[in-house]
Ligand binder design. Structure first.
Ligand SMILES: [Ca+2]
Length: 338
């Protein structure tokens, strides 16, 4: 008997590690990707991101994958206008110079909110949601649902879990703490003062808060856990030994001038760790905290987007604090080679 597949809806900002995450899920025999929404408020710009993710669907060698819907999300966050550095966004738009084997025009659907609403209203069985591009798409949907009881009911009934790559708990709340990752990305000229937030939350603090307070079961794959799985050359070299289109594409990305300097340096297995725990929850160790997201912007000492433990006003969220590097990477390589 074939085990039941886990249906997954992905929201992505088409950064380099989103490709690692999504190709893994597409190849995983126990996962069914039912749709992909692209957000334009993270790394990639919206229109190019939709094209890139649609073209990526040609890399698995499975013809039906090309028909997985890819829907365009927002061009603006729900709060503020914090953005990734321009050079990073251009590199994401250019898919890091890696080549798609062909263009795929059949996947694209116009509007992520309409796509998600229709899909959820028609759904009869549970879904897992993977947020690897910040909270704008699902934060917007959850805001809409407040005025649409049928949509709210469909979300409560059919979203069994949200796995979100994002956030960090600083040493103020847990030992060892994880600092934010805004500054490291912006060197040598940081124009944000924020040292405490993680990018996916920082780009839309309200979007993330809408998700956190939704009452749905949420696992936050935080920097505390992803720091345990740095991307090193041993991993990239093992990936390069795999002889298929997906692995070759990922190796091209990892060898690109934008990404290469970060290997064995500052790059971690961010989004692919979040993708991996959907089918393999034992790769991480979690603890539940009552969380809320700092909403206040302060240009001189900014803490907007910081994950706060707040037993009075927070919502109970499972936070990944540690991860098993060896098992995560070996499992990943096994699936990508399929
Ligand atoms: Ca991402």
């Amino acid at each position: 008997m074939t085990p039941t597949k886990i249906p997954v809806l992905i929201d992505t900002d088409a950064d380099f590690d989103d490709y690692l995450a999504i190709l893994y899920l597409l190849k995983h025999p126990r996962i069914e990707v039912v749709g992909i929404t692209v957000t334009g408020t993270g790394d990639v710009h919206l229109s190019q991101g939709v094209r890139n993710i649609s073209n990526m669907l040609c890399l698995t060698g499975v013809p039906s994958d090309r028909n997985i819907p890819v829907a365009a999300g927002s061009n603006a966050p729900l709060r503020y206008s914090n953005t990734f550095p321009g050079a990073d966004r251009q590199a994401a738009d250019r898919h890091y110079g890696a080549a798609f084997p062909q263009q795929n025009t059949v996947a694209t659907v116009a509007d992520a909110q309409r796509f998600l609403t229709e899909l959820l209203l028609q759904r009869t069985s549970p879904l897992t949601v993977l947020c690897i591009g910040g909270g704008t798409t699902w934060g917007t949907l959850l805001q809409h649902a407040k005025a649409q009881p049928h949509l709210q009911q469909a979300i409560n009934q059919h979203v069994s879990k949200i796995v979100m790559m994002g956030g960090n708990l600083t040493a103020e709340f847990v030992q060892p703490g994880a600092p934010g990752n805004i500054q490291a990305t912006m060197e040598p000229n940081p124009y944000y003062s924020n040292t405490v937030a993680e990018w996916n939350i920082f780009v839309d603090p309200l979007g993330a808060q809408e998700i956190i307070q939704s009452g749905l079961p949420i696992t936050l794959v935080a920097l505390n856990a992803t720091a345990d799985v740095p991307i090193d050359w041993a991993f990239v070299n093992q990936l390069a030994e795999i002889n298929n289109d997906a692995a070759r594409f990922l190796v091209q990305i990892l060898h690109s001038s934008t990404i290469r300097p970060g290997i064995d340096n500052y790059l971690d297995f961010w989004d692919p760790l979040a993708a991996s725990v959907i089918a393999e929850p034992n790769l991480i160790q979690t603890q539940t905290f009552n969380l809320r997201i700092e909403q206040q912007l302060n240009e001189e000492d900014d803490r907007s987007g910081m994950v706060l433990v707040d037993d009075q006003h927070g919502s109970p969220i499972q936070v990944a604090l540690t991860a098993n590097k060896a098992d995560t990477l070996s499992q990943y390589l096994h699936i990508i080679a399929l």
